[in-house]
Design a protein. Sequence first.
Lengths: 316, 316
Amino acid sequence: MKALRFDGKNINYLENYPNPDPNETLVRVSLAGICGTDLEILQGYMSYEGVLGHEFVGVVEESKNKKLIGKRVVGEINVGCENCDSCKNGMERHCPNRTVLGIFKRDGAFAEYLTLPEKNLHIIPDSITDEQAVFVEPIAAAFEIKDQISLNPDWNVALVGDGRLSQLIVSVLKTTCSNITCFGRHDNKLERLQKLGIKTKIGIDPAQQYNFDLVVEATGSNSGFLDSMKLVKPKGIVILKSTIASKENLDLTPAVVNEITLVGSRCGPFRPAINALESGIISVDELIDSVYPLEKFQEAFTHAKKSNVLKVVLRP
Amino acid sequence: MKALRFDGKNINYLENYPNPDPNETLVRVSLAGICGTDLEILQGYMSYEGVLGHEFVGVVEESKNKKLIGKRVVGEINVGCENCDSCKNGMERHCPNRTVLGIFKRDGAFAEYLTLPEKNLHIIPDSITDEQAVFVEPIAAAFEIKDQISLNPDWNVALVGDGRLSQLIVSVLKTTCSNITCFGRHDNKLERLQKLGIKTKIGIDPAQQYNFDLVVEATGSNSGFLDSMKLVKPKGIVILKSTIASKENLDLTPAVVNEITLVGSRCGPFRPAINALESGIISVDELIDSVYPLEKFQEAFTHAKKSNVLKVVLRP
C-alpha cells in the first residue's frame, strides 16, 4: 500500500509498504489531517519512526465484527495493553504500555490503510461529512478540558494561540463560557474567531495582565507559556494544551508565587466530539485550507508549516 | 535598633537602624527563623533590599489596640492595599500592591523590632513556646496545601525533599493521609521523618515510578521537579511548594503527556497552624538545630546553608 513513513530524519513516500496488522480492524483512510504534533515529530518528538498521522476518517474494509464493514469511522489513537491498572480503570489513554497511532510504536493514518482494535473505532453518522469527521480527534482533545476542570460560565477566559487546535478549543469553551479572548498573531485566524463571537487581541496590554480566571495555552511555545502566566489571575488555572518544544528558561516561579494551577491536557473523549459535530454546536467550517494527495506530501507539509495556514489534509 | 539588612549584595549588621513604621503595631522580635527563601534572597530572588526575615514570634510593645500590648504574637507576612479586588475578596496574600515582610518592600524580622498592621497579628496561646511559635509561618505554608486540594486518605503520597519545610509538610499531610513516602538525601533528616511513621527513600527505583497520586515538590531544585514528574501517576497532582531557582531545561512535556495537575503553593492560613501546634497534632520537636544572637549572623547563615541542618534561629 501507499504510505508516508518517517525514518527519524526524512519522510519517505513508499508505494509498497507492507499491509497493517491482520488481527485488527482494517480501515481504508479517506482523509487524514496534518497536526502540530506531526510537525513536532519531524523535529524529533517521541523519537518516532513509522507511518505518520493520527487524525483520520475512513471506511472499515475488514473486521471480525462484520457489522462494522463498510461503515465510516474515526478512531481513538491510544491502544492500551488491557492488563494494567490504567487499562482496568478505563484510563487506556494513560496505559504505560500503550501504542499511539502515528506517534508511538504504531503506524499511522498517512497511508492507504491503517488498523486499530475494534473498540477504538467510532461510527460516524451520515450527517457528518468526511471533511468534518477528520476533526473529531482534535475536537476530542479540546473536550478533554471539560473532563478535567469544571468550567464556570462567569469566568473570564483567555486562549493563547490562534492555530488549528485553538480554533476548536474556542468552540468547546463557548459551549459553557461566553467571555473569551483569544491572544494570537495571525489576522486571518483571528478573523475566523471574531466570526464566532470571540474577542481577539494581538499582544498583551497591562489592562489584561492578571485578568483571566482560566487561560488555555495552545501555542506550544515558551513565549505562549510566559504570556499565559501574565494573563492568569492569582489562584487561576492554566491549561497546557500543547507540549512546549523548547525547554529553555521556562520559569515556574510565577506559578508558585501566584499559586496557579497548571493542568496538562492531551487526548480526549470522542463521543462528545462526534455529538457536537452532529448537533452543530461545533463548527469546523473554513478550517480546511487545502487537500493534497499522499504523493504530494512535500508540498502538503511545506504548506502546513506556514504560520498563517489552518488545517492541511491528505487524501490517500 | 539592631538589624540585619541585605543591600542586594551583602548582609550588614547595623546597630542604629531607624525604628520601623510608627503607624503600625510594634513587635519586639523574640525569635526569627532562617528559611530557604532567605537564602534564595541572598542569591537575588525578588531583588529584595532591606531587613531580612519573615518567620518570627515576638511581643507587642506598641499598638493602637491597647489589648494587644504585652501579648506574644506571630504575624502573617503579606500586607495588602485593602482597596483592590484581591483584598476585597479576602485574597490579601495575592494583592498586586502588597508588601511582604522581609521579602518585598517591607523590612523583616531579623531585627530587634518589626511592625505589621494589627490585622496581620495572631496571639499565641501560653501553651505554645516561642521555640514552637517561630514555626507557625512555615506550618501555615504547609497547611495551604489543604486549602488548595481535597486530600484523599486513600492516596499514595510522595514528598520530594527532606528539608525544613518538608518536615512540616509531612506533619500536615499526616493529618489526612497515612501512606506517605519521603524521597530525600540526608540520613538525619530522614530519620526524624521515620520517627513520625513516614517511609523514607534515597533515590527512586523503577517500582516507585508513576506510583503516587499526590507528589509534593519541596526541594526547589530542577532535579526535585524531574523526580516529582517521575513519581506521580498519570492524571495525578504535583504540588509545587518551593520556587525553583534554576530555570534550565525545565521540561513540562511529561505534565502534558501524563495530564498532570501542577499546583503552585505559597503562604497559608495561620489559624489552623496555631491550632495544630496547640493541640499537638503538629510536632516541631528536634527541628531547631541551633540559636544564634543577631550579631553572629555570619555563623548562623553559614550554618543554615549546610545541607544536613534543619532550622537555624536568630534571637535578636
